[in-house]
Design a protein around this ligand. Sequence first.
Ligand code: ZN
Length: 310
Amino acid sequence: MDKKLNKLIKFIERAKGLELREKIKLILFLDGVKPNAEVILKIDPKNLGDKFELEKLLKDKGVIFLVSRARSYEEIKKIKGNKVIWEIAGTYYIYDLFKGKKEKERFKKYLELLKKGKRAEGNRIVGEQYGYPRCCVSQFVKEMKTDFLKKTYSYWTYYKKQQDLDRKFPFIFHRACKVDCEKSEELNKKYEEVLKKRSKKIWKEYKGKNKFKGELIVGEISDVEISGKSIWLGKEGYEYELIFRKPLRRHYYLVSWLSQQKYKKGQVLKGIVELQYDYAKVKMLKEKKKIISGLIHERKLPLLGEVEIK
Ligand SMILES: [Zn+2]
């Protein structure tokens, strides 16, 4: 096996600043099965050396890449009274990795299109760059239009479809056009095989389950809005944001949950959340009487605006 590739994979396996999905993307890219990739690396006081090491290893391997400037990110630090308190936890960098020079030039063209506001055209280019199936990119471009969403889906069928897709295709990085999209099925299978071959450790970790049992707070409801108004007149159910009231492995998680039941914002529920792959399965045990009124997220970044560190 290629020594340089081996070194890179070992680094990816231990890198704390790469979340699992980012690790998987990198490995698929390095294998060659994914033509180009965009990967996020987070840096906090505990992994200051990761940026240097990743870039050195990529250069040694001859990978062409672009790296963004540093931006800050926040994490939930604690929940106190009606406040979900976020603190700045570190900085992150976005890496764009390319198969070759030609792909890098095409990517620049995509950025130009975005600047000009030509999002649909840009998305077609970038979809092709990342190896997304054409049928899925077309559907994605159509769904950028709220008129199309409104006449194609009801609130429930729209969010249900997204959840079904997440569960059906955990190894892909695009939104599949439909639950029985053959191309997505093929990619999902191929990506899992490659990952398993290149890093059994990451594959196992991704497949592993984490369970949380405890109190969950009902947060915001997902919606598609035009000037503050939902595009759907009625709702047959709700996609809720659930906030873990206590941390699991030192993290307060936010998960989405689709339910036909109506809950108030701030309602405290008791349930079991099973985290696997990139999604959560939620089983509600009981409804508590308690409602945290005036629940708010106290965030730092919106106050500061987009933070860029030069
Ligand atoms: Zn498709």
